[in-house]
Design a binder for this molecule. Structure first.
Ligand SMILES: [Cu+2]
Length: 334
């Protein structure tokens, strides 16, 4: 590839160019804009500085000016202000654009459709709200499993969990990437705007077959998605919410009501997403808080319940059980 082709590919900035695959999510254009903004500011600064260095090195070379050093010229306030203030403005802009998009990326909209992704050595497993599930990895160059299905034009939140080591969930066409950390939940969200199949990578080295942890996301219309969900639902009574409800009745109702009344512990209906007073502060009730409350209840004690500790369910409930109970508790707020 010669210099000209390379440059023209870099400078094209179409939906698909030298640095990026197609912009398949609503957020992709923003990410690309921020990237190119930083790229060009840096390129300009790099060229200016290197050029100035070269010019001065030549102009004030030793053989020309002789051996006797001269006094340095006095400083110029005007120049110093210009070269401090102008770059600072660009730095602040970089921070501003980056932070704005970062906060948006970190807060999935409340109406997001939620899919659970579980990473394990070496595959992705996906579970949908109606109990349908799919998986994906690659073997001998062939995609195995159905991969991830998502509806076009809807906010989708993927809640990520790992059953063994650190993995990372990345869909370059959507410009999303997030670590998948054992022992806690993380998430990514996106709004797919292009129909088609795009690669899903594991972008954190996770063992010998890390390179096989490759799958595909299929963006389909909302109607096709609904059909796919139905076709892949194995048991109509086995949605995460149903399973969670059964577990909750068996394990938790001795101490927790779901009608607002206090038993030994606080009522758990209408709680998801609210802010709870705990000893030493407040906490938002989310997936991670519920998980912690089940596995390590004494980590955060609800104010008013200091004297009636809950016993830990560590070792008694699997990750899937906890996930299902969380789905059930979440459904009590909708
Ligand atoms: Cu991995």
């Amino acid at each position: 590839m010669n210099m000209y082709t390379l440059l023209s590919m870099m400078l094209q900035h179409q939906k698909e160019d030298f640095f990026f695959p197609s912009q398949a999510s609503a957020n992709a254009a923003t990410v690309d804009f921020i990237f190119y903004f930083i790229f060009y500011v840096s390129l300009f600064a790099f060229i200016t500085i290197v050029l100035a260095t070269a010019i001065f090195a030549w102009r004030y070379r030793r053989s020309k000016v002789g051996m006797t050093p001269e006094d340095s010229p006095h400083h110029s306030t005007r120049i110093e202000i210009v070269w401090s203030v102008v770059p600072s403005i660009f730095m602040v802009m970089m921070f501003w654009y980056g932070f704005e998009d970062f906060t948006e990326r970190r807060t999935p909209p409340a109406d997001s459709y939620e899919i659970h992704a579980k990473a394990s050595k070496w595959q992705w497993e996906f579970e949908y709200p109606n109990g349908a599930s799919s998986f994906g990895f690659i073997d001998a160059g062939e995609y195995q499993g159905k991969g991830l299905f998502v509806p076009l034009g809807k906010n989708v939140r993927i809640r990520l969990e790992s059953s063994d080591v650190l993995h990372s969930f990345s869909i370059p066409n959507f410009r999303v990437k997030m670590d998948v950390v054992p022992g806690r939940y993380t998430d990514v969200w996106f709004n797919a705007i292009e129909l088609g199949d795009f690669p899903i990578f594991c972008t954190e080295y996770c063992g010998t077959k890390h390179s096989r942890m490759l799958s595909k996301v299929h963006v389909v219309s909302e109607e096709d998605f609904a059909v796919w969900l139905k076709e892949n639902q194995e048991d109509p009574n086995a949605s995460p919410v149903d399973k969670g409800k059964r577990l909750f009745s068996a394990k938790c109702t001795a101490c927790h009501a779901v009608d607002g009344s206090t038993k030994i512990g606080p009522a758990l209906n209408g709680k998801y997403g609210t802010i709870e007073n705990i000893v030493g502060g407040t906490v938002t009730i989310d997936d991670n808080y519920i998980r912690r409350s089940i596995l390590d209840p004494s980590a955060d004690i609800v104010v008013g319940f200091e004297n009636v500790p809950m016993t830990s369910f560590a070792g008694q409930l699997s990750d899937d059980d906890i996930s299902n109970i969380t789905a059930y508790l979440k459904s009590l707020t909708e």
